[in-house]
Ligand binder design. Sequence first.
Ligand code: N7H
Length: 516
Amino acid sequence: MKLFSLSILISLVVHSTLAAHEIKRQTSSDSDLLINPPGFPKLPSATTGQRIAPGLNLNDIQGDVLIGMRKKKELFFFFSIKDAAKFKSKLGSDIHSLITNTNQILPGSKNIPHTAVNIAFSKTGLDALNITDNLQDDNFNIGQFKNATDLGDAGTGNWVPAFKGTNIHGVFLLAANRTQFIDSKLADIQQILGDSITENYRLSGAARPGNEEGHEHFGYLDGVSNPAVQGFDDGTRPQPPAIAPGRFIVGASGDTVANRPAWATGGSFLVFRQLQQKVPEFNKFVEDHPLNVPGLSQQENTDLFGARLIGRWKSGAPIDLAPLRDDPALGADSQRNNNFTYDHPEIPGFDVKSNQTLCPYSAHLRKTRPRATLGAETGPGDDHHIIRAGIPYGPEVTRAESASNKSSTNPSLERGLAFVAYQSNIDTAFKFIQHSWIDNAQFPSPIAGITGNTTGVDPIIGRNAGTVTDAPRVITGTDPLNTNKSFTLNSEFVISRGGEYFFSPPISALSGKLAA
Ligand code: N7H
């Protein structure tokens, strides 16, 4: 195994020394709501429909659901309903028409608002509106607070107080390229709704500045591998295969959950998590663990260690295709940067069930979507897919934090990911990925028939269930020269600050069922 790994690596060193191309960032107009960094998949253009699959009504699906991690600035405004009758009446008369649909924000739309507005409701929010239909999602029905242990959180001691319990009834998502636009739209909404709601909490997110746009706070391009959706994407992305729209949109083709109310068709469940990132601590951990691959400099060996924890380089290039050095041209090429499955029939003797030389089984990317590691991805039962639509929050790392390798305890310097995932079934999508893959040290090795040492939990966001914060975590696969070698992570780099489960209704329901 060792010799085999080394020969693959040596041949790869040669290929990866090609000079990186200069990557040009596209400039965007001041009125664009969305970022478009190099490497992000192309969005389909606003359309009247020929290419759109049955059940995918882009004028009825809220704008955030299918587009992925692309907002410039975004505010999450969490609220409770205090006067249901007034709220319903304003929802139907005024709020409904402020909600942005998918077609409105796609490229080519003539109708892009300055501020996109979406709305979603928790179960207790629907209860407050006297909507008693069962949406057939048990996790949504009980709320995220009761799910904390199942999601691997170390209790709820670190949770933002507003998320403790079931008091949050809904959330407005407001996106624009300037905070002034968001503030002014929020003021309009508050004026319309008056005392029918109260604020529970708000969180502001923003794409990171300059060349870090599109990169999360650890520095890696994020959002590159959101799944292509059948009938929505233009079908030009080569791999992995496009996923049935019903995995994300209630009532669309591929939604296997029965007995949902008709008005919910076109909706999607929104999982919100505030995930704090300890960036200086992560950077220090990576710096302290350079690998030892011959032919690479110390810095390259350090960067390789970081990339093998994630599964991508900072540029977005997947290590499965660029296993030794970052390849910015690959990272910037949306036709190539997602075109891999972890299987390599072109390498003689390569076995996806035992060879993790190119990408460790423990890498965040592979833990959260193992692709061909488990076999074909589009068969029955393959419903573990989410569309990630989050945004970084909090400021850049300060000099003092960098110098001390420690995150400040000043709350205004907290940073992380305002994580948003859309799906049609929380149990088989977000919760399954978090519980059965990320936090499962046995996944994929050995339970998926994979040989070698036990994989360990996800090094970025995984926790051993039931343990206290910073309990040691052991991972394997990270050293390509000896994939059985283990690494112990004595601290956590991502801390859950809690969240809630919501349903993002189709826009028609806002003036129909929910307003009635
Ligand atoms: Fe992850 N990161 O910077 O390490 N994620 N993630 N994630 N994540 C991905 O390929 C990150 C989180 C998924 O299709 C990339 O688009 C961070 C949760 C999935 O091959 C990077 C946090 C869950 C994928 C990160 C975080 C997931 C993915 C590569 C928290 C689900 C796609 C960019 C602070 C429960 C896998 C890309 C695929 C990719 C990071 C959270 C899931 C860089 C920092 C909670 C499915």
